[in-house]
Ligand binder design. Sequence first.
Ligand SMILES: Nc1ncnc2c1ncn2[C@@H]1O[C@H](COP(=O)(O)OP(=O)(O)OP(=O)(O)O)[C@@H](O)[C@H]1O
Ligand SMILES: [Mg+2]
Length: 233
Amino acid sequence: MSMLDSNYMKDTILRLEGVSKRFATKDGELTILNDVSFAIMPGEKVAIVGPSGSGKSTLLSLIGLLDTPTEGKIFIEGHDVTAQSETALAKLRNESIGFVFQSFELISPFTVYENVAAPLEIAKKSVSSESITALLGEVGLSQRIDALPVTLSGGERQRVAIARALSNNPKLILADEPTGSLDRATGERVLELLLRTVSERQTTLVVITHDDKVAEHMDRVFEIKDGTLYERR
Ligand SMILES: Nc1ncnc2c1ncn2[C@@H]1O[C@H](COP(=O)(O)OP(=O)(O)OP(=O)(O)O)[C@@H](O)[C@H]1O
Ligand SMILES: [Mg+2]
């Protein structure tokens, strides 16, 4: 391997090399992703677009170490994560990746504060109430710190999810249709918040979206079509 290759590997936050994902179904094997390769540098904001069923969420769960590829390799900060144990993956997932989902996925018996503190508790890190409070101020929820998720609006719930995704200072934020269940105006505000908070921290963002307006805000746009990933811009 040349010097150039090893530097390239070291500088990427995320790199996929020949990744394929197949599912066994009763009608035979289904290839969802076929030989996908790409590299993302730290701080880049990337959109993944494509028709429903094209494999966007499948790709995100591979990147998020929630599932493993059928073929190929995934590197996070130059380290091959493909061969690691479930325990090592869980640790890496918890320490390096923040998730934001379309349906928020907050823990319903937990307060806003407890939801945001949860990733730190799981990582057995000390929870500083000042930093959680500051984070909730940043997402505009200072008044709702002790509220339960059921009492919040959709936009408020997604702002809690964003604060939770950031609380552990992850290197990578993965968002699957983060504005998909919000009305347009609320979605725009939530997107703005997400972009501002990740830019301030220079966190890398990978966001799945159906919405061209959302994709427009990203540095790079990838499209999945018939199992292949194309870079649109
Ligand atoms: N565990 C699985 N077993 C079999 N097929 C699966 C499995 N998971 C996903 N699929 C199939 O893979 C394809 C891609 O699914 P995926 O959820 O990644 O699509 P998507 O691009 O996120 O779609 P949407 O925009 O509707 O969310 C779908 O046809 C889905 O049915
Ligand atoms: Mg999906």
